[in-house]
Design a protein around this ligand. Structure first.
Ligand code: PFF
Length: 445
């Protein structure tokens, strides 16, 4: 077997894996999904899912990827041809997410320039101007294409030189900016109502679709269920401690999501913006907060959208990488050809998704393409992908094989193996099946 490219350093891997996890899912999706699903109880269920299911599934993905030394499809196929479809489902999910993710990534880039252009001068119209922008059939497309082009440049350069460098420089910046925004938000009068909404569970708001939304959010946010972490794991050195890496990535991702929530909700309540504002939440709340702060506010707002763009980029390159490494490993494409052909298809999907926000283009059950891609991947494909991965690991791989891979042939201690293994084999697949069926039934009532 040809030796695979490897991560340049441990920090490089963590930064890239955390870079994949931390993205629009944390900063754009988490706050509005929490808002739409009633706040505290949703957040609590999400945290439980992250700690129990997310952690275990990520560890499993890393282990399978490093064991098989192949990206998603190859990893399944090399064990059992009948499991190839699981990897293919993952590539398809990656593709579909890339059918709307760059649209939002494009919004983030656009907002850097809009803040420059004086967006904050008239806070009263920030909400309306966002809606006018995303429903415009032309402008968002240009930004989306620009966002995708940035991905192409990074992914064409290959693993260690491209993704790793981007992650190392840009992730810490994001963290700092979010802390600044959170502090600013918390100092506003009436901010505590936002904290209460976010952290005080009201279980009367919980139903099957809220639970499924929390599960989907956990998968989406941690980049699980589509083989992304299998692919990243396949590039990871045999010496690395998988458990420690999983814990760090999970903790980083979750803290950014919570930080984004703390940056958003107190300010929203202080300004009287409804938590159910939807996908426009960050794009409306953040400029509104900073509009009050004069020139300083403008600088912060620009920094925020730069960081959001960066977070989106380090995630979307991982999505693109899933599709690209499938084409390289399975279809024997050169890296260049793989990147260009897949990103061309993605542009087409994104155009349909973006136009759907202005009411144009085909609809499925009355829902536009943007929401269909999101719903399909977030609520269905990723969870099913995670369930299948666990069934594969628990029932198709040997227990000893998993143990050896996770513990680096017994040299790393994993005292929870006795709990983790039955979780992966029985509990997680069962839980996902129940949550998914229940959520889908209730969601369509
Ligand atoms: N985790 C990313 C985010 O939160 O924005 C999105 C994502 C990346 C999902 C990679 C799935 C994936 F494989």
């Amino acid at each position: 077997m040809q030796k695979r490219e490897n991560w340049g350093s441990k920090l490089g891997f963590i930064m890239a894996a955390a870079g994949s996890a931390v993205g629009l899912g944390n900063i754009w999706k988490f706050p509005f999904t929490a808002g739409n699903n009633g706040g505290g109880a949703f957040v609590l269920i999400y945290l439980v899912f992250v700690a129990i299911i997310g952690f275990s599934v990520m560890l499993t993905e890393f282990a399978v990827g490093r064991r098989r030394q192949q990206s998603a499809v190859g990893a399944f196929k090399s064990v059992d041809k009948r499991w190839t479809f699981t990897g293919v489902l993952g590539v398809l999910s990656g593709f579909l997410i890339m059918g709307f993710y760059p649209v939002v990534g494009g919004w983030a880039i656009a907002y850097i320039f809009k803040v420059f252009g004086g967006l904050l001068n008239n806070p009263a119209v920030i909400g309306d101007s966002f809606n006018a922008f995303i429903t415009n059939p032309g402008e968002p497309l240009i930004w989306m294409v620009l966002f995708l082009l940035l991905n192409v440049v990074i992914v064409v350069k290959g693993i260690s030189s491209g993704i790793e460098k981007a992650g190392k420089v840009l992730m810490p910046l994001l963290f700092v900016i979010l802390i600044v925004i959170a502090i600013k938000g918390l100092m506003l009068p009436g901010a505590m109502a936002g904290m209460e909404f976010l952290f005080k569970p009201d279980f009367s708001k919980v139903n099957g679709s809220v639970v499924l939304a929390a599960l989907g959010q956990a998968f989406f946010s941690l980049s699980l269920g589509m083989g992304c972490m299998i692919t990243y794991g396949s590039y990871l050195s045999k010496k690395e401690n998988l458990i420690e890496n999983t814990a760090i990535v999970t903790a980083m991702d979750t803290s950014v999501a919570l930080l984004a929530g703390i940056a958003m909700f107190p300010a929203m309540f202080a300004y009287g913006i409804a938590p159910t504002e939807g996908p426009g939440l960050v794009f409306v709340v953040v400029p509104t907060i900073f509009a009050e702060m004069g020139a300083m506010g403008q600088v912060f707002a620009i920094l925020f959208f730069v960081a959001l763009t960066v977070a989106a980029l380090t995630s979307s390159v991982s999505l693109l990488e899933v599709v690209v490494s499938f084409l390289i490993d399975e279809k024997k494409f050169s890296r260049k050809k793989a990147v260009f052909s897949s990103s061309t298809m993605m542009v087409l999907f994104c155009i349909v998704a973006s136009l759907s926000l202005g009411g144009l283009g085909p609809k499925l059950f009355g829902t536009g393409a943007f929401d269909v891609f999101d719903l399909l991947t977030d609520k269905i494909f990723l969870a099913i992908g995670g369930m299948l991965l666990c069934i594969f690991a628990g029932w198709r791989l040997k227990k000893e094989e998993l143990y050896d891979e996770i513990t680096n042939n017994g040299t790393v201690k994993f005292s929870l193996f006795g709990i983790w293994y039955p979780m992966v084999k029985y509990v997680i697949p069962g839980t996902i099946a129940i949550v998914a069926v229940n959520g889908i039934i209730q969601g369509f009532e």
